[in-house]
Design a protein around this ligand. Structure first.
Ligand SMILES: Cc1ncc(COP(=O)(O)O)c(C=O)c1O
Length: 405
């Protein structure tokens, strides 16, 4: 079986050979991203946006270039609509605290889904509780589809905010963001999209989707840890108060008050992460170079091969759609009689890395009637050898657990 040609770009596979199937948790990093971060520290390391000397100005430029490259990736209309955060969780909390607490009122309805990551549930529970709004959950069919009837039932004229994951981190299904955006816009409300699992895998165009806010994490798209993004429409960001206050986000501070810096700096309090942003720029370029068509093809082919292999094991149940092409490379499954943690531990002995647990989606686990699942998730560096090793290892699990002869 031929090795994936992109695999050699990832130093970890040389140093610690493994079958890495946990990219939905965090992706591996190509050498160009690791080098970019190193290059920043060796050549541009100074606090950006502050110093008037060459090194600091280089850091400022690098940070600004990174913002532009993210703007291009998601087709925002201006760089000032890109706010750097630590991760998706912080981005979603920024919207909840700054927009939610100030623009969602008593009696308003917030609509989300039962398949959200906790990071896109807890901030809205907080807003609903503090402001007396009602939080309503859309319930998908077992294949992940949210039907139009469900939208009609749950989205009323009182809905002022919809918070939805673009791609579920458990089911891998793609949610109907465009349709949801239209519904909430008809009410004069806003849509917040958790794109943690979509931006690394597919072209995302915030203008085409009609997003008001969109959050994602660098580390799931091969960038360094600690850098994330919040996209927000300029007119919304302009009317929102700062989320955090302190250095760099002010225009002027007096003893009796302050005025805020222009966008995007109003939302980036304290020293920022320019090395991470520079790494994110390298990751963005790498991603675009590989191309989303190629990523999609790789993930779809390998998901299909996994589905075919697992279909020969009647004790395996795959969550979500029976169509591998509706999984965005995410396969959550259970094995009858075996706890998912045991599945992951047995696979680990074969150096096959998968995830087991509730995947920070406990309401979805309850809804699906499973406590936990095992999850294999693919990315552009996986290949047929990984699939073969995974299937081989899965095939042994029940025997090792003493369930089959
Ligand atoms: C769909 C989804 N949303 C949000 C998050 C949170 O991402 P982070 O931990 O980078 O903030 C994750 C992480 O797994 C996710 O899969």
């Amino acid at each position: 079986m031929t090795e994936n040609r992109f695999r050699q770009d990832f130093p970890v596979f040389d140093r610690k050979p493994c079958v890495y199937l946990d990219s939905a948790a965090t992706a591996q990093r190509p050498a160009c991203v690791i080098e970019a971060e190193k290059y920043f520290y060796e050549n541009m390391n100074a606090n950006p946006l502050r110093g008037l000397y060459e090194l600091s100005m280089a850091a400022t430029d690098a940070y600004a270039e990174a913002r532009s490259s993210v703007r291009g990736l998601i087709n925002a209309s201006g760089d000032e609509e890109i706010i750097f955060t630590r991760n998706s969780t912080e981005s979603l909390n920024l919207v909840a605290y700054s927009y939610g607490l100030n623009f969602i009122h008593e009696g308003d309805e917030i609509v989300t889904t039962v398949m959200e990551h906790h990071s896109n549930i807890l901030p809205w529970q907080m807003v609903a509780e503090k402001n007396g709004a009602r939080l309503i959950y859309l319930e998908p069919e077992m294949d992940g589809t949210i039907s139009d009837e469900e939208l009609d039932r749950k989205i009323s004229a009182k809905c002022r905010l919809i918070a939805v994951g673009h791609v579920s981190n458990v089911l891998g299904c793609v949610n109907p963001v465009k349709k949801l955006a239209q519904r909430v816009h008809d009410n004069g409300g806003v849509i917040v999209v958790d794109a943690a699992q979509s931006v690394p895998h597919m072209p995302v165009d915030v203008q085409d989707l009609g997003c008001d806010f969109l959050a994602f994490s660098g580390h799931k798209m091969m960038a360094p840890f600690g850098i994330g993004v919040l996209y927000g429409k300029r007119e919304l960001l302009e009317k929102m108060p700062p989320f955090l206050t302190g250095g760099e986000m002010i225009e002027y501070v007096r003893l009796d008050g302050a005025t805020w810096a222009e966008l995007p700096h109003k939302f980036e309090a304290g020293t920022v992460n320019p090395a991470g942003a520079y790494g994110l720029k390298a990751a963005t370029e790498y991603l675009l170079n590989v191309g989303f068509d190629h990523i999609r093809k790789t993930e779809d082919e390998l998901t299909s091969a996994i589905f075919e292999g697992l279909s020969k094991m009647p004790y395996v149940h795959i969550c979500g759609s029976s169509d591998p092409l509706r999984h965005t490379g995410i396969i959550s499954f259970t094995i009858a009689g075996v706890h998912p943690h045991d599945i992951a531990s047995i696979l680990d002995t074969d150096k096959v890395d998968i995830r087991a647990g509730h995947h920070c989606a406990q309401p979805l686990m309850d809804y699906l009637g499973v406590g936990n699942t095992a999850r294999a998730s693919l990315y552009l560096y996986n290949d047929e050898n990984d699939v073969a090793a995974f299937l081989d290892s899965i095939g042994k699990v029940r025997r090792i657990m003493g369930l089959d002869a």
